[in-house]
Design a protein around this ligand. Structure first.
Ligand code: LLP
Length: 419
């Protein structure tokens, strides 16, 4: 899955940087990201949408580190944000506020006010009560809020069981059947200006079919909404394209969009401004997490390989039983591998990184956890008072520290003793 990861003389390299040298220089656990991989992932979308009016809004929740945002801002991306914190981050990274869209079911008034003040491109509204509050906030500060309504296309779960957020019975979006009513309501509010429609059907999608189904349902709505006299300038198809974690075979972004655009053209909507919100597929396989083996602990039922990265650094296995590849930074064909559960130091049985992995390693040696560019650092916590890991951006033979390892002082800064 990693385009820029390769063996050279039994050592693992990311672009032209030897990963073991990075671990020695900056310590572990350490996230390392390939800039070329991010730009290659982005260019697959750019190719797919070439010649169209389109905005790629990177869903920054996948990896919101400032330098990562800078890479995408400099490449011309817009951003999909979900909080006031993400808004401040992306402004700090130099994003154009007009290319920022604001998703999420629970926007606060303060977040709305700030987003209006800086002039974001669109609010992706998720409920009718949010429409009313946004209208009120916009009028109070003398602005008009550009809005899109997130519709829930209710794509059939039976045929596509692994997509979840586009189905009835979850908290996201407004039901397909209710959408026209919500649009009529929005169009009647003076503080709002209806500019688009959006949907997002789930994450780690590895099939084209659910996208085509969702597009059909959204276009049905576009037709009905415009027939009611409410024009829509843009159509936002969300994110969700999967990556290869373990032999997964999602369509390439350009191939996916070739099919989606054919459908869009066939239905006569090919000239619309298109928006997409990819997250994982832009960064997931650009990053690895380097970790040191602390102890090998043989057991009767299982052998444990205890490493210095844990569920606070890599929460996906503990949270979703997700699978990430784990490979040594130095390979030695002479050694006999053993089967281990790779676990972290956190005091929870759920603190594992990988189960039943064949590894030939010794204490003090280094491992890379693969596909760690998305939803790892951005979901990291301080559980067990562990400082969050450092991060490095690799560009050719150059490596730049983009986040220093969090110190205990960083962690204690906002706390107060009771006297
Ligand atoms: N747009 C909206 C409205 C979203 O809710 C999301 C992700 C995206 C775009 C980006 O989706 P992506 O292209 O990254 O699939 N923490 C989980 C994934 C949660 C996804 C949440 N929403 C994980 O680690 O698998």
């Amino acid at each position: 899955g990693h385009p820029q990861l390769a063996w050279r003389d039994d050592e693992l390299w990311l672009e032209d940087v030897r990963l073991a040298a990075l671990a020695q220089a900056y310590g572990t656990p350490l996230f390392a990201y390939s800039k070329a991989s991010m730009l290659a992932a982005l260019s697959a979308y750019q190719r797919g949408l070439a010649g169209r009016k389109a905005t790629i809004c990177y869903a920054m929740k996948a990896n919101s580190s400032l330098a990562v945002l800078q890479v995408f801002a400099q490449a011309g991306c817009g951003f999909d944000i979900v909080s006031g914190g993400e808004l401040e981050r992306v402004l700090r990274a130099g994003a154009d506020p007009a290319r920022v869209i604001f998703s999420g079911v629970g926007k606060t008034r303060a977040e709305m006010r700030r987003a209006l003040e800086v002039g974001i491109g669109c609010f992706n509204v998720e409920s009718e009560s949010e429409l009313d509050v946004l209208d009120e906030v916009a009028r109070a500060c003398g602005r008009v809020a550009p809005v899109s309504i997130r519709v829930n296309p209710n794509v059939d779960a039976k045929t596509h069981p692994y997509i979840s957020t586009g189905l009835k019975g979850n908290k996201f979006g407004i039901a397909h059947e209710r959408a026209l009513h919500a649009y009529r309501h929005a169009a009647g509010l003076r503080g709002l200006s209806v500019v688009g429609i959006d949907c997002h059907i789930g994450s780690q999608i590895t099939d084209t079919a659910p996208y085509l189904d969702a597009m059909d349902r959204v276009l049905d709505l576009v037709q009905a909404i415009e027939a009611a006299g409410i024009p829509l300038k843009h159509i936002d198809f969300g994110g969700g394209l999967g990556i290869d974690y373990r032999g997964d075979t999602p369509p390439a972004a350009d191939a996916l969009w070739a099919q989606l655009l054919a459908r869009l053209d066939a239905r006569g909507y090919g000239d619309r401004h298109l928006m997409i919100e990819p997250g994982r597929s832009l960064v997931g396989n650009a990053g690895v997490c380097l970790t040191e083996v602390l102890y090998l602990k043989p057991g009767e039922q299982k052998n444990f390989c205890i490493v210095d990265a844990a569920m606070n650094d890599l929460p996906r296995p503990a949270m979703y039983q997700a699978w990430h590849g784990i490979v040594p930074l130095h390979r030695d064909a002479q050694r006999v591998p053993q089967r281990y559960d790779v676990v972290g130091p956190v005091c929870e049985s759920g603190d594992w990184i990988g189960q039943d992995r064949e590894l030939a390693v010794r204490p003090g040696e280094l491992l890379a956890v693969l596909s760690a560019g998305a939803y790892c650092m951005s979901m990291a916590s301080n559980y067990n008072s562990r400082g969050r890991a450092a991060e490095v951006l690799v560009d050719g033979a150059e490596a730049t520290l983009i986040r220093a390892r969090e110190s205990i002082e960083d962690q204690l800064r906002s706390e107060r003793l009771i006297g």
